[in-house]
Design a protein around this ligand. Structure first.
Ligand SMILES: Cc1cc2nc3c(=O)[nH]c(=O)nc-3n(C[C@H](O)[C@H](O)[C@H](O)COP(=O)(O)OP(=O)(O)OC[C@H]3O[C@@H](n4cnc5c(N)ncnc54)[C@H](O)[C@@H]3O)c2cc1C
Length: 487
């Protein structure tokens, strides 16, 4: 059964052992709890899309293993069409919900990257990992699984390597190797979509050398594995998001979690890398190339919603769209730039011998730098158009708007080009999109932009640029680089 509908997906989550916490309490049912249900709801919507003739071409793809139609996030990104399909799906998901669907994103990317890295490992070292990932991939497809991806470690002191940390658990590591599997422990941080996933694809947090062998581990862990505790984090707008008022988002909400692995046993068939440190750099390289090409589509999809929210807000304030058309154009340009740089990276990519399509590294990292910049400008314009009522802290709560004492007067005060409730809902969406839980991790999601800048610096052919410029200037040779000044 490769394809699940939304209700079957929800039912499968309900069968799992509760191990997700928030506000110090265990969440008994992630499909119903206010902190998690909207994320589950948006992922369920993506499952339902498989049965909608209009949306299924975006949300499904042909399996490279069985040839069957599968949920797109259960398939190999084996062509430029497939990686562009990832971008299209992400933009469509954001258009539906305004926010991120972690449970169909980073874990899927991790699975794809492991497909390529294990291929290399088997070829070079005869490890047998690729056969394991094939079987695991088939299991994911057969069960229509949603996967979170856990790469980021808690890290500890950023100036020290994992092996130098006072608390070794700051980075997830292999504690013990047994004949039938491994025991892992430590913390992964800021992991998206865990509450809505079935399993977590765990990858090393960075490229490492030999001294960090214990931290070079990739595996797949059920979300409810024994020894794993999931702590949902606080969102900027939690109190309001989780109340039932009409000023709370209706279509989706990002969930982020800290994962505490307290001696979690992983059987051998789910271990895809264990100590092979030389391959961790490649793994991170392939991951960021795929992820940072696609993330331009995420923020573009949210930017589309911001355009719509700004138009609605202008109208609710009593002003026509055309009063802000130049600003709206700039918002749309920002959206299309990140989308297009990502698509460019995909088109300029190349096939890996394993069958994976890897977007161009340079363009993908350039895209990350823009994703960390342009959406913020889009948010500023969205707030600019909307007025102060949509900025942080200016909007009365639902409960206040319903107060028997002053609620009626507040609603009259909120009314403008539209009635108070319409304007309140429109303003609340702008606030959520621009300063609240709707923000899709433009800055650090998919890695910090400084890392991307380092890659751009490393990959651009600076000497060729200087030589070309010298030739065009009519110089036989360009000026020599001055020797570094002695201190
Ligand atoms: C919305 C969102 C969703 C996310 N989803 C996921 C997910 O699903 N899975 C996942 O694995 N991760 C996820 N992350 C985590 C994300 O990948 C990390 O936040 C990101 O890699 C940055 O790591 P950090 O937060 O530890 O920041 P830090 O590493 O603390 O970085 C902070 C700043 O310090 C700089 N810095 C760090 N170390 C050094 C150093 N040694 N020298 C100089 N400068 C340094 C960085 O460049 C950055 O500017 C998500 C994050 C966000 C915000």
């Amino acid at each position: 059964m490769a394809l699940l509908n939304g209700e079957q997906y929800r039912e499968s989550l309900r069968k799992m052992r509760p191990n997700v916490y928030k506000w110090g309490e265990l969440i008994a049912d992630v499909t119903a709890h206010p902190a998690t249900r909207l994320h589950v709801q948006s992922v369920a919507d993506s499952y339902d899309a498989a049965f909608d003739p209009e949306r299924s071409p975006v949300f499904t793809a042909q399996s490279h293993l069985s040839g069957q139609t599968a949920h797109r996030w259960n398939t190999l990104l084996d062509s430029v069409t497939a990686v562009m399909g990832n971008a299209r799906m992400k933009r469509a998901q954001y258009n539906r919900t305004g926010t991120c669907q972690g449970a169909t994103c980073a874990g899927w990317t991790g699975l794809n990257v492991l497909w390529a890295v294990t291929y290399e490992l088997d070829k070079d070292l005869g490890t047998g990992y690729h056969e394991r990932i094939k079987k695991y991939f088939q299991h994911v497809e057969d069960n229509g699984l949603a996967l979170a991806g856990a790469i980021t470690d808690a890290k500890g002191n950023r100036a020290q390597k994992p092996s130098e940390q006072v608390n070794k658990d700051a980075n997830l590591h292999v504690k013990e190797v047994r004949p039938d599997g491994i025991v892992i422990r430590g913390y992964k941080a800021q992991i998206c979509g865990v509450a809505a996933c079935h399993e977590i694809v765990v990858l090393p947090g960075s490229g490492y050398g030999e001294s960090e062998k214990d931290f070079c581990v990739a595996c797949a862990v059920p979300r409810d594995a024994a020894g794993l505790t999931v702590v949902e984090t606080r969102r900027p707008s939690d109190a309001r998001d989780e109340e039932e008022g009409w000023d709370a988002p209706k279509a989706g909400n990002i969930t982020q979690a800290f994962l505490i692995f307290d001696d979690v046993f992983v059987p051998n068939e789910r271990v895809f890398l264990n100590g092979e440190f030389k391959y961790t750099g490649k793994l991170i390289g392939y991951f960021t190339a795929i992820y940072r090409a696609a993330i331009g589509a995420c923020v573009a999809g949210q930017g589309d919603v911001m355009c719509g929210a700004a138009i609605n807000m202008a109208r609710a304030n009593g002003l026509p769209q055309k009063a802000f058309q130049d600003k709206l154009n700039q918002m749309a340009i920002n959206n299309e730039v990140t989308y297009a740089v990502g698509l460019g990276a995909m088109l300029a990519g190349k096939g890996h011998p394993s069958g994976l399509w890897i977007p161009d590294m340079l363009l993908a990292h350039v895209n990350k730098t823009q994703v960390a910049k342009l959406p913020y400008e889009t948010k500023v314009i969205c707030q600019d158009i909307s007025g102060g009522v949509a900025e942080t802290g200016c909007f009365p709560s639902y409960k206040d708007c319903r107060s028997p004492l002053y609620g009626e007067e507040l609603m009259k005060a909120l009314a403008a080009g539209a009635d108070g409730e319409t304007r309140a809902r429109a303003a609340r969406l702008v606030e959520w999109l621009t300063v609240g839980g709707g923000i899709p991790g433009c800055m650090h999601g998919g890695g910090s932009p400084d890392g991307a800048r380092l890659v751009v610096r490393a990959l651009e052919p600076w000497e060729k640029f200087a030589a070309d410029a010298a030739r065009i200037a009519g110089l036989a040779a360009g000026p020599a680089e001055p020797a570094a000044a002695k201190k």
